[in-house]
Design a protein around this ligand. Structure first.
Ligand code: LLP
Length: 425
């Protein structure tokens, strides 16, 4: 995810966003029509793409590791309630990271026994909410947290099913801010402590050890670290089995990358690398994909407000910026950008937003056809960690979200209004 050299952006062939009759469409709906009806900026999602990937994931996981395989969608990637409902209807569970995400998963109807709860800082009331809901497992990330869960379980008189997030000390080539599997990162506990925590859980009447999890990072496109992590999980679980502590499942986390710029492995390739390792050892498989399910299903549609030349630089000023999609700012991430009505020619520009920060850009030094005020741009592969990380900084309203199904579309989250800026004050 280094700053990209000037390249012409193009729409990847398997994207639901395709040019038709000289204009970009999502499925069978023209993006111009959506912008005219709903305004910009707006996130546009393809229902067919989302469901297609979710189904493919589930089928791949079941065929690699048996029918008990559980695909827990990482709610943090995109928590729109309409999308969560679609994923639940397709058969996915949920990986949640807060009481708020647990609420969202339950609101979407996700069955409690398909919900797992990961995260380093669960508060006592969040732990109680998870126990009352009866979720599949709370994934413990420290000894103090184990004590907090045991205390909550005793208070409520409910045995808590727990897993442990083990930190495998495996390096994954990705942006340092989204790499999580090294001992220098705050996530999980090293092997010996994971084993000790699961032993302690087995000895505590209020705790029931059920699983072991590892999540080594996000936007990883090399499959080898995943294979290493799967083998590592099996070896730790087998050590416990030798002591008579038999875990139900091993959770390989999420983290499969998508083709923002370079190529990325397919989801079936990923599952084929980890699934059989877990299945052959006799454990259930759990995975927690986020980006690889929802990333390509969404685009951020934005309109050019102005253009200007400043020294050597040509700026295209869009009505969306870091408050709508912070990934370029935060991780120097590359998102393909496609004009909705492509024109001939090319110029190298910075596509920037309206926010008062120099880091407010959607693309730098990007070759695009000449653009003028009023033109529409689609920022592709924006379904994951797009709206989810949006903010009201600079008094910017959070964008609307639209779901496309065939030749129809509907608003699945209205654009904020100024009233939202003072709500609760
Ligand atoms: N499981 C756990 C415990 C996680 O922490 C995450 C992501 C996932 C699953 C899902 O990972 P995925 O399949 O989506 O890679 N905001 C960053 C990504 C942060 C990922 C945080 N954890 C970005 O925009 O690239």
């Amino acid at each position: 995810m280094n700053p990209s050299p000037p390249t012409a952006s193009s729409s990847p062939t398997d994207s639901p966003f395709r040019a038709r009759a000289g204009e970009l469409h999502c499925e069978d709906v023209s993006l111009t029509a959506i912008a005219a009806a709903v305004g910009t900026p707006v996130y546009v999602y393809s229902r067919a793409d989302l469901i297609g990937r979710a189904r493919a994931f589930l089928e791949a996981a079941r065929s690699a590791a048996g029918d008990g395989a559980l695909v827990c969608y990482a709610v943090k990637a995109n928590a729109n309630p309409a999308l969560l409902r679609l994923l639940r209807e397709t058969g996915l569970g949920a990986d949640v990271t807060s009481g708020g995400e647990l609420f969202l998963a339950r609101h979407a109807g996700v069955e409690p026994d398909r919900i797992i709860y990961s995260g380093v800082g669960k508060r006592a009331e969040e732990i109680e909410e998870a126990l009352v809901a009866g979720i599949r497992a709370i994934h413990i990330e420290s000894e103090m947290e184990l004590a907090a869960v045991a205390a909550a379980a005793a208070r409520l008189g409910r045995v808590a099913p727990v897993g442990v997030r083990v930190n495998p000390n495996i390096s994954a080539a990705t942006h340092p801010y989204i790499s999580t599997g090294l001992h220098s990162h705050k996530f999980g506990v090293p092997r010996e402590r994971a084993v000790a925590i699961l032993r302690a859980a087995a000895a505590d009447p209020w705790l029931r050890p059920v699983g072991l999890a590892a999540h080594i990072g996000s936007q990883i496109t090399d499959l080898d670290p995943f294979a290493q992590a799967a083998r590592f999980l099996v070896s730790v679980a087998d050590e416990l089995a030798d002591e008579g502590i038999r875990l139900e499942y091993l959770d390989c986390g999420g983290g499969l990358g998508i083709d923002y710029q370079g190529a990325a492995p397919g989801l079936a390739d990923w599952v084929r690398v980890i699934g059989p390792v877990i299945g052959a050892a006799g454990y259930g498989l759990v995975v927690e994909p986020g980006r690889s399910i929802v990333g390509r299903a969404g685009a951020l549609l934005t309109r050019v407000v102005y253009t200007k030349q400043q020294g050597d630089k040509r700026f295209v000023i869009a009505d969306a910026g870091m408050t709508d999609l912070i990934r370029p700012t935060l991780y120097q991430a590359h998102h393909p950008i496609v004009p909705v009505a492509p024109a001939a020619g090319e110029e190298v520009v910075d596509v920037v937003g309206p926010i008062c920060e120099t880091s407010d850009f959607l693309a730098r030094d990007r070759a695009l056809p000449p653009l003028a005020a009023g033109d529409l741009l689609a920022v592709l592969h924006a379904g994951a960690y797009g709206f989810a990380m949006s903010s009201n900084y600079n008094g910017h309203l959070r964008p609307a979200e639209v779901l496309v199904e065939g030749d129809a579309f509907r608003v699945i989250r209205r654009r904020q209004t100024y009233a939202d800026l003072i709500a609760g004050t």
